[in-house]
Design a protein around this ligand. Structure first.
Ligand code: F6P
Length: 367
C-alpha cells in the first residue's frame, strides 16, 4: 500500500454538533504523523465545483485552522445535502434538473489534487457515497454523524446526545407553561424515520406521551390517556412526537421533496395538536424544535466521542484500512465495514429496555 502523505476530510449532509471536534482531531492526528490534511468545502462541492469558492474549494488545514473549535457547532468546512456526486443535480436549459454520476470524475479530481485518502464524516447518505468511492478505488474511512442516531453498526452517532440534551431542556421549560395554562403541549422533534430523539428526550424530560415511527399511534388512545390524566387532576400533558411518527394505517407527514434531496418531514405535531383539541376539548399548542436541535455547542459526551472518532479515523488509515467506518462500541471504538454500516437504518427496538422503562413509568405510546 503506497505511503500516505496528504489526506482530505469532507463533511456532508445535515450538520451536527461535534463535526468541528472531529475535524480538529483528524488534523492534529495527521500532523503528528507528518501528513498534510486538506478540507474539502461543502461535501464534495469544493472538488466538483471549485469555481464557486474563490478562496479555494480544497484548502490546507493547519493547527491554527482548528484551534479552539472543539466546542463550536456547525462545520468549518461547510456542508450540503444537495451535492451527491453520484447523483449530481444539473440544471437543464429548460430549468428542469437532471441527476448525473460524477463519481469517476471526483476520483480523478481527488487524485489530481495529490490526495491519498479520504475521511468522510456523515450520515447514511455520505457514508454510502464513501462506500462507492472506495469501490471506485479511493482509500476511505467513514465517521458516523447524525443527530438522528439512525446509523447501524455503532452504539451511537455524535450529535445525538447534544440534540437529546437540548430537547430535554426544552421539555423542562414547557412543563411550567403547560402546567400554568392546563394545556396540552405537543413538541415535534427531528429524527427522520427513527424515534431515538423523541424517545430519549421524552423519557428524560418527563413527557406523558411519546410518539415514534416504530410504534404507529392511534390518536384515540392518546386522547384517552390525556383524559385519564385530567381525571387524575393533572390538567396538562406533554406530548413528544417524532417528525416521522405515523398514525396506525396512515402515512408519514411530508412537507415536500426536491430533486436530489431526501423527503422533508414535518407537520405531524400540528396535526396531532388539532386532533387532540377536538377529542379532549382542551387547548393545545405546538412547538417544533426543528433545526435548533442541530445547533449549539456539543455536550462533553459528543465532544469526546467526536475527538475519539477523528483520531481513530486517522489511525485506521495509518493501519492501511479502507472502506471502514469508525464505530462506538463502549468502552472502545472499533471499525465496521462501510458496506455493513449502510445496509439498514437503525431503528428503536420496541422491546428494548428503554421502551419498556418508558411504559413502566406510565408513558403512553398511543398503541
Ligand atoms: O438528518 C438530520 C436531520 O436534521 C433530520 O432529523 C431532518 O429530517 C433533516 O436532517 C432535515 O434536513 P434539512 O436540513 O435539509 O432541513
Amino acid at each position: 500500500m503506497p505511503k500516505i502523505r496528504r489526506i482530505a476530510i469532507s463533511t456532508g449532509g445535515g450538520d451536527a454538533p461535534g463535526l468541528n471536534a472531529v475535524i480538529r482531531a483528524v488534523v492534529l492526528a495527521s500532523i503528528q504523523r507528518g501528513w498534510e490534511c486538506y478540507g474539502i468545502r461543502e461535501g464534495y462541492n469544493g472538488l466538483l465545483t471549485p469555481d464557486l469558492y474563490p478562496e479555494g474549494g480544497v484548502f490546507l488545514l493547519n493547527r491554527a485552522s482548528v484551534a479552539g473549535i472543539t466546542h463550536l457547532g456547525g462545520t468549518i468546512l461547510g456542508t450540503t445535502n444537495r451535492g451527491n456526486p453520484l447523483r449530481f443535480p444539473v440544471e437543464q436549459p429548460d430549468g428542469s434538473i437532471v441527476e448525473i454520476d460524477r463519481g469517476d470524475e471526483l476520483v480523478e479530481r481527488f487524485r489530481a489534487a495529490g490526495l491519498d485518502a479520504l475521511i468522510t464524516v456523515g450520515g447514511d447518505g455520505s457514508l454510502s457515497i464513501g462506500y462507492e468511492l472506495a469501490r471506485r478505488g479511493l482509500r476511505v474511512v467513514g465517521v458516523p454523524k447524525t443527530i438522528d442516531n439512525d446509523l447501524d453498526r455503532t452504539f451511537m452517532t455524535f450529535g445525538f446526545d447534544t440534540a437529546v440534551s437540548f430537547a430535554t431542556e426544552c421539555l423542562d421549560r414547557l412543563h411550567t407553561t403547560a402546567t400554568s395554562h392546563r394545556r396540552i403541549m405537543v413538541v415535534e422533534v427531528m429524527g427522520r424515520y427513527a424515534g431515538w430523539i423523541a424517545l430519549h428526550s421524552g423519557i428524560a424530560g418527563n413527557a406523558d406521551v411519546v410518539l415514534i415511527p416504530e410504534i404507529p399511534y392511534d390518536i384515540e388512545k392518546v386522547a384517552e390517556s390525556i383524559r385519564g390524566r385530567d381525571k387524575g387532576g393533572r390538567g396538562y400533558s406533554i406530548v413528544v412526537v417524532a417528525e416521522g411518527a405515523t398514525p396506525r394505517g396512515g402515512e408519514v407527514s411530508v412537507l415536500g421533496k426536491a430533486v436530489g434531496q431526501a423527503e422533508k418531514l414535518g407537520g405531524v405535531g400540528e396535526k396531532i395538536a388539532l386532533q387532540l383539541e377536538e377529542k379532549t376539548g382542551k387547548e393545545a399548542r405546538t412547538v417544533v424544535l426543528g433545526h435548533l436541535l442541530r445547533g449549539g455547542s456539543p455536550t462533553s459526551f459528543d465532544r469526546l466521542v467526536a475527538l475519539r472518532f477523528g483520531a481513530a479515523a486517522v489511525r485506521a488509515l495509518d493501519e492501511g484500512q479502507s472502506s471502514v467506518m469508525v464505530s462506538l462500541a463502549p468502552p472502545t471504538v472499533r471499525y465496521e465495514p462501510l458496506a455493513d454500516a449502510i445496509r439498514r437504518m437503525k431503528l428503536v427496538s420496541t422491546d428494548s429496555d428503554t421502551v419498556v422503562t418508558a411504559r413502566e413509568i406510565g408513558i403512553c405510546f398511543g398503541d
